[in-house]
Ligand binder design. Structure first.
Ligand SMILES: N[C@@H](CCC(=O)N[C@@H](CS)C(=O)NCC(=O)O)C(=O)O
Length: 233
């Protein structure tokens, strides 16, 4: 059998189609924006041995041309450099630098903010073999049970929505973070929202929030690939 040109290890739940990692979605959007097909290799948290030979402890891991590329940011940069004739992910060096800021902001504010609203819900979609590892590692990280982390979420969601105000201000005036067309910075900011919709029924955004309209536009991209996976909304 011939090896597919590109392979992406992606975190999956009990249902292998429920691909829920925010970081893997960033890589998946980068591939799609470049018009590249990559075979998904569904991966579970406890399958460390499957990615260790590629020097990885986490996913996404992209395999291409005998190389393993780790880290969602590095995967996007690799694709940009390896496929320069295809649509740009960043729109040049300054766009790349700004996207790196968006990456840091999205991790610190969007992803971390969402984590404390939905982390206990994730358990229900995990592969049974992942449950103990996920609970133990995340409870150690938060210093409390997962249920305690999200116990006040009906109140905490207000602070989360407020923290997103800079994003909202931009999306009131333009359809995407980078203007009229989506760029990789949009995918970076969107990844955590896709993580949430794959793992939790909790409503993060008000229906009339411009960020919600942008989230829907992001879900429509690339033939609606992100809508096609099992999710709550
Ligand atoms: N900075 C990394 C983060 C990757 C990451 O944390 N991936 C999670 C899945 S969402 C993982 O593989 N975790 C393994 C673990 O917790 O043991 C990236 O951007 O790719």
């Amino acid at each position: 059998m011939t090896q597919p040109a590109l392979c992406l290890y992606e975190l999956a739940g009990a249902d292998p189609a429920r691909l829920f990692s925010p970081y893997c979605w960033r890589a998946r959007y980068a591939l799609a924006a470049k018009g590249l097909e990559a075979e998904t290799v569904p991966w579970r948290f406890v399958q460390k041995d499957a990615i260790a030979p590629h020097g990885a402890e986490k996913v996404p891991v992209l395999l291409h041309a005998g190389r393993a590329v780790r880290e969602s940011w590095d995967i996007a940069v690799y694709l940009e450099e390896t496929f320069p004739d295809r649509p740009s992910l960043f729109g040049g060096a300054p766009g790349k630098d700004l996207a790196r800021f968006v990456n840091a902001w999205a991790d610190a504010v969007v992803l971390a903010g969402i984590a404390r609203l939905i982390v206990a819900d994730i358990v229900a979609v995990l592969d049974p073999g992942d449950v103990a590892y996920f609970r133990t590692s995340r409870e150690a990280r938060f210093g409390m049970t997962l249920e305690q982390v999200q116990a006040d979420r009906d109140v905490a969601v207000k602070g989360f929505r407020q923290a997103l105000h800079p994003l909202r201000m931009i999306l009131r005036d333009q359809p995407f973070l980078c203007g009229e067309r989506p760029m990789h910075a949009d995918a970076i900011a969107f990844g955590p929202f896709q993580w949430a919709r794959c793992t939790s029924p909790f409503r993060l955004l008000a229906p009339d929030d411009p960020i919600e309209a942008w989230r829907q536009r992001m879900l429509d991209l690339h033939g609606g690939m992100a809508r096609a996976v099992p999710a709550f909304d």
